[in-house]
Design a protein around this ligand. Structure first.
Ligand SMILES: *[C@@H]1O[C@H](CO)[C@@H](O)[C@H](O)[C@H]1NC(C)=O
Ligand SMILES: *[C@@H]1O[C@H](CO)[C@@H](O)[C@H](O)[C@H]1NC(C)=O
Ligand SMILES: *[C@@H]1O[C@H](CO)[C@@H](O)[C@H](O)[C@H]1NC(C)=O
Ligand SMILES: *[C@@H]1O[C@H](CO)[C@@H](O)[C@H](O)[C@H]1NC(C)=O
Ligand SMILES: *[C@@H]1O[C@H](CO)[C@@H](O)[C@H](O)[C@H]1NC(C)=O
Ligand SMILES: *[C@@H]1O[C@H](CO)[C@@H](O)[C@H](O)[C@H]1NC(C)=O
Ligand SMILES: *[C@@H]1O[C@H](CO)[C@@H](O)[C@H](O)[C@H]1NC(C)=O
Ligand SMILES: *[C@@H]1O[C@H](CO)[C@@H](O)[C@H](O)[C@H]1NC(C)=O
Length: 350
C-alpha cells in the first residue's frame, strides 16, 4: 500500500499551493455547529461504527497514537491507512496528520531519520541533547525525547518534509503542528533560544504554503499563521478574546474545550458555557470540539447541540457590560457573560 500511495504522491506533489494557489478549504456551514474531531485508536484501524461516526465531522486530525499498541513501525503508515479509508468515503473531510513541532515522538519513521541526523538535534549549553517529556498518555522513553533544531534551513526542511510527504499522498490535506508556540527550551543558552524561537516560527510560516490544506499551529497566536487550535479553551474572557482575535485576523480556529470547568467534570456532556462562548466569537472558519483527551473514547460523543439548526449569524456579537449576545438566522439566541463564565443558548427562540 505504501508503495503506490507514495509514488502517486510524488506525481501529484509540488502542484499544491503553487504561487498564488488557493488553499484547499474544509467543509464549512452555519446550518449546524461546525465541529471537528482529533483522535486515534491505539489498537489499530477504526471499526465501522467509529468510521461512520467520524464522517459526521468537517475536519479529522489523526493523532500520533494511531495503532501505537501494534508493534510495527510506523505512525506515518498507520495514519495514512486511516486517511485513505476516510477520503475514499468522504473526500470533502479535511484530513490532518499529527506531527509534533518540538518532540521527536519515537513511534514515527521521522524518529529513525532523526537518530541518523544528530546535526538536527537541539543541544543544551552543557553539550547534551535536549530531552523533553510529552503528554503522559502516549508511550515515550522515561528520559524524554529529542527536540528538532530549527535554527538552520536544513533542520527546518528536515522536519517540514515529514508533513509535506504525507500531503503528497493525496489523502492528507494538511497537518496539525503540536507545541507550535514553544520558543524556549531548558538548558539552552539565551542566544540559542532566540534563534530557535525565530526558526520555529519560520518553519511553520514556510510549511503552511507548501501543503494543499491547513497547517494548524497548536496554541499559536501569531497572526501570520493561517490556523490554530486553542487547546485550553474555557469559559472565560481570555479564551473568547483569543478566538475573536484569531477570527479578526482571518484565521481558521479549532476551539478545544474539555480540560476545564463543567465540560471537564461532565465528560463533555454539558458543553453549554464554552459552546455559547464559541458561538459569540466564531467566524467563517471556526470549529468546535470537546474532549478530555486524545483517544477515540474521549471524542466519541455526538452532543444534541451538534444537530440543532443554527443558521448564519445575523451580525457580530454585541456586548453590554460583561455580557455578550448574538443571534443566528434559525432563531437561536446566545449569551455569554465573560466575567462569570456562564453561557446560554436558546435554541427555541425566534
Ligand atoms: C480499534 O482498533 C481495533 C483493531 O483494529 C478494533 O478491533 C477496534 O474496534 C477499534 N476501535 C474503534 C473504536 O475503532
Ligand atoms: C495499549 O498499551 C498501553 C501501554 O502498554 C496499555 O496501557 C493499554 O491498556 C493498551 N491498550 C489496549 C486497548 O490494549
Ligand atoms: C542546531 O543545529 C546546528 C547545525 O547542526 C548547530 O550548529 C547548532 O549548534 C544547533 N543548535 C543547538 C542549540 O543545538
Ligand atoms: C519524504 O519522501 C522522500 C521521497 O520519498 C524521502 O526520501 C524522505 O526520506 C521522506 N522524508 C520523510 C521525513 O519522511
Ligand atoms: C494565545 O493563545 C492561548 C491559547 O491558544 C490563549 O490562552 C491566550 O490567551 C492567547 N493570548 C492572547 C494574547 O491572545
Ligand atoms: C464582524 O467581525 C469580523 C471579524 O472580526 C470583521 O471582519 C467584520 O468587519 C465584522 N462585521 C461587522 C459588520 O462589524
Ligand atoms: C449545564 O451546567 C450548567 C451549570 O454550569 C447548568 O445550569 C445547566 O443546567 C447544565 N445543563 C445541562 C443540560 O445539564
Ligand atoms: C467519557 O465518555 C466516554 C464515551 O463518550 C467514555 O468512554 C469514557 O469512559 C468517559 N470518561 C469518563 C471519565 O467518564
Amino acid at each position: 500500500m505504501r508503495g503506490w500511495t507514495w509514488g502517486l504522491g510524488l506525481l501529484l506533489g509540488y502542484a499544491v499551493m503553487a504561487a498564488g494557489g488557493e488553499r484547499r478549504q474544509p467543509y464549512f456551514s452555519w446550518d449546524t455547529v461546525p465541529v471537528y474531531v482529533h483522535m486515534c485508536n491505539e489498537s489499530g484501524p477504526f471499526n465501522e461504527e467509529a468510521l461512520a461516526f467520524m464522517l459526521r465531522f468537517a475536519m479529522i486530525t489523526l493523532e500520533k497514537g494511531q495503532g501505537e499498541n501494534v508493534s510495527v513501525c510506523c505512525a506515518e503508515d498507520k495514519i495514512l491507512e486511516q486517511a485513505q479509508v476516510i477520503k475514499a468515503r468522504r473526500p470533502d473531510i479535511h484530513v490532518l496528520y499529527y506531527i509534533n513541532s518540538v518532540l521527536d515522538w519515537e513511534m514515527y519513521r521521522l524518529h529513525q531519520h532523526m537518530l541518523a541526523h544528530p546535526e538536527h538535534w537541539m543541544y543544551q549549553q552543557a553539550g547534551a541533547p535536549v530531552r523533553l517529556r510529552g503528554d503522559p498518555t502516549f508511550p515515550q522513553p522515561s528520559d524524554g525525547m529529542l527536540v528538532f533544531n530549527f535554527t538552520t534551513a536544513a533542520g527546518r526542511q528536515f522536519w517540514a518534509q515529514s508533513c509535506i510527504n504525507m500531503t503528497q499522498t493525496g489523502v492528507i490535506d494538511g497537518c496539525f503542528a503540536d507545541r507550535a508556540q514553544i520558543g524556549q527550551l531548558p538548558g539552552v543558552s539565551e542566544a540559542d533560544n532566540a534563534a530557535y524561537a525565530l526558526g520555529h516560527h519560520q518553519v511553520l510560516r514556510e510549511l503552511q504554503n507548501q501543503i494543499p490544506g491547513y497547517l494548524i499551529s497548536n496554541n499559536d497566536n501569531a497572526t501570520d499563521l493561517d490556523a490554530l487550535m486553542i487547546e485550553t479553551y474555557q469559559n472565560d474572557a481570555a479564551s473568547l478574546h483569543a478566538l475573536m482575535t484569531a477570527v479578526a485576523a482571518g484565521r481558521l480556529v479549532q476551539v478545544h474545550a474539555g480540560y476545564h470547568g463543567i465540560e471537564h467534570d461532565s465528560n463533555c456532556t454539558n458543553i453549554t458555557n464554552t459552546l455559547a462562548s464559541f458561538l459569540i466569537g466564531a467566524g467563517e472558519r471556526s470549529y468546535y470540539g470537546c474532549s478530555l483527551g486524545w483517544y477515540f473514547d474521549s471524542w466519541s460523543h455526538w452532543n444534541d447541540e451538534y444537530t440543532r439548526p443554527l443558521g448564519r449569524p445575523l451580525a457580530n456579537a454585541t456586548r453590554s457590560g460583561s455580557v455578550w449576545e448574538r443571534t443566528f438566522s434559525a432563531g437561536v439566541h446566545v449569551t455569554f457573560d465573560e466575567s462569570t463564565g456562564v453561557g446560554s443558548i436558546d435554541w427555541a427562540a425566534g
